[in-house]
Design a protein around this ligand. Structure first.
Ligand SMILES: [Zn+2]
Ligand SMILES: [Zn+2]
Length: 137
């Protein structure tokens, strides 16, 4: 999967151009997998903060970036066009966010639960809260 190509196609379809800040935000998220807004601003230190915020907002609208709930805060991650669908376990002690392995039977089960209520499920986020291995001792 060529992520750069997907990014460029997504921007082109939305009649948006590729800019240096947009590329930098994308590269930072691709490299770090998930970042808080603050970490993203630090990773793109050469770019104006307001520009980063504006581009993250645009990326969210285009599905390039998703917000992952992290307790009462959130982390930013590339959207499902770029990463395979997965769920997160968040450590409430150190804030670590662990991507859980895919589980097709859980996916099926969630669909099944929704359809029992005649709900057409389009997407979902599952967030597990607890303590990571390092914080358990
Ligand atoms: Zn932890
Ligand atoms: Zn899922």
């Amino acid at each position: 999967m060529n992520t750069q190509r997907i990014l460029e196609d997504t921007l082109r379809t939305a009649r948006q151009s590729m800019t240096t800040p947009r590329q930098a935000v994308f590269d930072a998220l691709q490299h770090h997998r998930s970042l808080t807004m603050r970490e993203l601003v630090m990773a793109c230190a050469h770019i104006n903060r307001a520009t980063i915020y504006r581009n993250v907002e645009l990326f969210e609208q285009l599905g390039i970036v998703t917000r992952i709930p992290n307790g009462w805060k959130y982390r930013l991650e590339l959207g499902e066009k770029f990463l395979d669908h997965h769920h997160h376990a968040t450590c409430h002690n150190c804030g670590a966010s662990i991507a859980l392995p895919e589980d097709p039977s859980l996916e099926l089960h969630l669909n099944e639960l929704a359809s029992r209520k005649n709900f057409k499920l389009e997407s979902h986020q599952v967030e597990l809260l607890g303590l990571c291995y390092a914080c358990q001792t």
